[in-house]
Design a protein around this ligand. Structure first.
Ligand code: NAD
Length: 352
């Protein structure tokens, strides 16, 4: 066995059905008696339900969480934290809402409880991406890592099939890159394999029966494992390209991950054969890149970045920017190869 370093993030995780009934107890463990609940406008009703569970510990609801965590929206939420004298935040929703909770915790060190309702995995990482003046900047800090995660399978039953598929592939992307990360280690690789397998077997069932609780539990469990991967080891080409494209063209997060992942994997395949074999096995497919493409496309996901708002003259500047920001990747970054990768994802072609 090769030498390795394993860094684990502290986490208290409560997983199951009906687990939101424990939220008041969890707030009490954190000595939080003024909890500010956060959500997007679309999930305000669901968040109001949480308020009832918190009882007297509920301080207020702030339901203006937005995509990409703009810093002026965080400033607005911080005024609400102060006005209500909140001593904890509870984020219910996807990565956008979790991002707002993290942005508040980074500035105030308030404890966070997260109730994730997508498969993005942000709840398991000490990472925060914020936008200011049109630029997304990522930081990592122990204050950003949520104290408690309450996974309640019942809250994911409403996630529409199309979003379930792309959010699930977004999670798979974390595990895929963990398997060929520079800091890859046996523990995280086990989680990565299990995470990919759980999501790959759950998504086809969810596509047929979105309210199947067992498949939803499998997918949410997989999402947690994949989130741990993202929070434990460094990511490579795929995540960096998503960051570049997201920043340049404001592409939707999970659909963009879905279209790009098979091509990033195909690019890295020659440099990471062992990881590719493990990904393929977890997918029950012959090949990692085509296995990912077929899984997502077979479930109805759009595989072409051009359908998501990427302009046709966007490939060259995206390659330039990707080449300019040096970062570790198992395969050396080559201009022609990156161009081919992005052109394939732009058109939605099945990788070779
Ligand atoms: P999202 O949080 O933007 O959610 C998309 C929409 O789906 C929202 O309107 C939301 O209210 C709604 N929604 C969520 N769950 C639902 C449910 N169960 N039923 C019905 N509607 C539901 O999307 P996302 O993909 O979860 O998160 C994307 C954001 O998270 C991006 O900004 C990304 O950068 C960030 N992210 C950060 C990390 C990290 O570690 N920092 C990791 C992953 C993603």
């Amino acid at each position: 066995m090769d030498n390795f370093i394993y860094n684990g993030n502290a986490a208290r995780v409560i997983f199951g059905r009906g687990t939101i009934s424990r939220l008041a107890e969890e707030a009490e463990r954190l000595s939080a008696d003024r909890v500010l609940v956060l959500s997007t406008p679309e999930q305000a009703d669901q968040a109001q339900g949480i308020a009832e569970v918190l009882g007297s510990r509920f301080a207020g609801l702030y339901s203006k969480a937005q995509m990409h965590t703009p810093v002026d929206a965080t400033a607005d939420a911080l005024r609400e934290v102060e006005r209500l004298g909140a001593n904890a935040v509870l984020s219910i929703g996807g990565g956008s809402t979790t991002g707002l909770g993290k942005a508040i915790a980074f500035r105030t060190d308030l404890p966070q409880i997260v109730v994730p309702t997508t498969y993005a995995g942000s709840e398991a990482t000490p990472i925060l991406g914020e936008t200011e003046n049109g630029r997304k900047v990522t930081k990592s800090d122990p204050r950003i890592l949520p104290e408690v995660i309450v996974y309640d399978v019942d809250l994911t039953l409403t996630l529409p099939v199309a979003m379930s598929v792309t959010s699930g592939i977004n999670a798979v992307a974390h595990a895929v890159e963990a398997l060929y990360a520079r800091e890859a280690n046996p523990i995280v690789s086990l989680m990565a394999e299990q995470g990919i397998a759980a999501i790959a077997r759950a998504l086809p069932i969810i596509a047929r029966r979105p309210d199947d609780p067992d498949a939803r539990a499998d997918a949410l469990y997989g999402a947690w494992l994949c989130g741990v991967c993202l929070g434990s080891v460094g990511m490579a080409l795929h995540h960096k390209l998503c960051h570049t494209l997201g920043g340049m063209f404001n592409l939707p997060h999970a659909p963009m991950h879905t279209a790009l992942l098979p091509h990033a994997v195909a690019y890295n395949a020659p440099a990471a054969p062992e990881a590719m074999a493990r990904i393929a096995q977890a997918l029950s497919a012959k090949d990692a890149a085509t296995g990912l493409f077929d899984l997502a496309q077979g479930l109805g996901a759009s595989m072409a970045l051009k359908t998501m708002g990427m302009p046709d003259d966007g490939i060259d500047p995206a390659v330039e920017q990707a080449m300019a920001n040096a970062y570790w990747n198992p395969r050396v970054l080559e201009k022609d190869g990156l161009h081919q990768l992005l052109a394939g994802a732009y058109e939605g072609q099945r990788p070779e």
